[in-house]
Design a protein around this ligand. Sequence first.
Ligand code: ADE
Length: 226
Amino acid sequence: MEKYKMIGILSALEVESDIILKKMIEKEVSVIAGMTFTKGRLSERDVVLATCGVSKVNAALFTQIMIDNFRPDCILFTGVAGSMDPSIKQMDLVVAEKLTFYDVSPHQLEFCFPNQIWFRTDEELTELVRSNAKESLFGAIITGDQFITSRERKKQLKKQFPEALAVEMEGCAVAHTCFVNSVPFAIIRCISDLADSEAENSYDAFEKKAAEKSARIIIKTISKMK
Ligand code: ADE
């Protein structure tokens, strides 16, 4: 019996999901509250894919609507991110072990529902993603509603979250939503920029290449699922 009968796939941008969508067959599109979900088959698996747009609210909305309407047995998130570690450069892959919101205080996260500072990814699913992304780094990702483009801001965030490997704008919102719904999830990001003053230029140069590298790992992971 397949463990993951229906696999949810999310990304923020079309450039991050296009190659997955193109590989899907028997596609069926549903629009729910203006949000588009494409159900189909990929590597002989049932999948549902959606491009949620940037930000925590969009990510949480799409994740919850996907869970409520398509009942995925797991959710995989793919996309690009800014580096938060001097050893991590453009095109490196980061697989999340845990995620937090950098723009909500840890105190509030701990004392308000659902009382989590760090949201941990599913161990088995994450291991599966990692096994298909051999050179990837594994660790903490921080999420907030800002595109980080300054050395000062990056330094500040690194001081607050020394373990952070990457920064992005959706991951922890997906993690939070999956956590409250008890849906196993994994998150992979490919670095497009170093979250510094060069970030916008670097993002433009690496967005497509990095997005496709990350998406290819998701395709490979799904093809290897038992
Ligand atoms: N996604 C890709 N690069 C990013 C950055 N520098 N800040 C936030 N999200 C990102």
